[in-house]
Design a binder for this molecule. Structure first.
Ligand code: GDP
Length: 309
């Protein structure tokens, strides 16, 4: 994509809620979609450089996501079985073809290829026409402190099943990261910026922690619209609730809006928000099937366009 001549719809996303919305948005915005994906969950394991959120977004956009919600459809798990036979503690499960993405990314990065370009090669191989951009080229790692232990994100999430109490969240390396030229241009030229319905603290928080990102959102002439990950008063999947509580906000659209503060020009949610506050659009935001994803994406875009004036 030529990032200077297009006026994209930009979606900030983690791997589930944001990725599902991005898939709906691809139907509405076509090739003009740019997804900025969280890389705070990345993990180097089995000799691979695994990037769960950029890959999940790409698998969703390519209609290759497995119905379990992660990994590639119809993948096999022979390498994991082989590692177990070798006595390896396989706590992080990856399909064979899924692992191939991580192995290839590790090779490209070792050759000195920029992270953005490595993801570009992988998404082109998937046949994607929309762009998936890692939030930054430099490594950022989300860590969770629980008591006197500091856990890497995947250790907390997968090995310990998000059970440990959350005492602190850090985005290690964020201060040394910067906006890639592609991310900066996409935000500068965007016609709408959508903060997807992802975990605000661990999926969107790392993106916003990249120096210059929040300023780029504020300075972009595009409206910035959030989509609440709270559906029917509940989190659909994953540990967003304890992270919102840790951040000191309610598990509700109002709490999510409070977390994002003045970054948002509006929010889409299924709750009634107080009049006179942040502009909101109240619609059903469940993204379970193609029709729902397309309808929510259409509603989000027209709400954003209405805010521009
Ligand atoms: P992760 O990297 O897999 O944790 O992905 P995300 O952070 O993108 O996704 C988790 C968030 O997605 C949770 O807060 C969910 O409530 C939200 N989510 C999942 N499915 C839906 C949905 O259908 N609609 C909405 N609005 N949010 C959803």
């Amino acid at each position: 994509m030529d990032f200077d001549s297009r006026s994209p719809v930009v979606v900030l996303a983690g791997g589930t809620g944001g990725a599902k919305l991005a898939r709906g948005m691809a139907d509405v915005a076509g090739d003009d979609l740019v997804v900025i994906a969280n890389t705070g969950d990345d993990v180097e394991i089995y000799g691979a450089y695994v990037a769960p959120d950029p890959d999940l977004v790409a698998f969703w956009l390519a209609d290759r996501i497995d119905e379990r919600g992660w990994g590639l459809e119809d993948d096999t798990f022979n390498v994991m079985d082989g590692l177990r036979e070798l006595g390896v503690d396989v706590w992080f499960n990856l399909g064979d073809r899924d692992l191939a993405y991580g192995v290839r990314r590790a090779e490209l990065l070792a050759e000195g290829v920029r992270y953005t370009d490595a993801v570009g090669e992988l998404t082109r191989a998937l046949g994607l026409s929309s762009a998936v951009l890692p939030m930054a080229d430099a490594p950022v790692r989300t860590t969770i402190r629980s008591g006197d232990r500091t856990l890497a994100f995947q250790e907390f999430m997968v090995r310990e099943r998000a059970q440990p109490p959350i005492d602190d969240v850090r985005y290690e390396g964020a201060a040394q990261a910067s906006l890639s030229p592609e991310v900066a241009a996409a935000l500068r030229n965007a016609r709408a910026i959508v903060v997807g319905p992802s975990n605000p603290v661990i999926s969107i928080g790392p993106i916003l922690a990249v120096p210059g990102m929040a300023e780029a959102l504020r300075e972009s002439p595009a409206p910035v619209v959030g989509v609440s990950p709270v559906v029917g008063g509940q989190i659909v999947k994953g540990p967003s609730a304890p992270f919102l509580t840790w951040a000191g906000v309610e598990v509700s659209a109002a709490g999510v809006a409070e977390y994002y503060g003045d970054l948002l020009d509006g929010i889409v949610c299924d709750e009634e928000l107080p009049a006179g506050g942040l502009p909101s659009l109240r619609v059903d935001t469940l993204l379970n099937d193609v029709a729902q994803r397309r309808r929510v994406a259409t509603d989000v875009l027209s709400f954003a366009e209405g805010l521009r004036g």
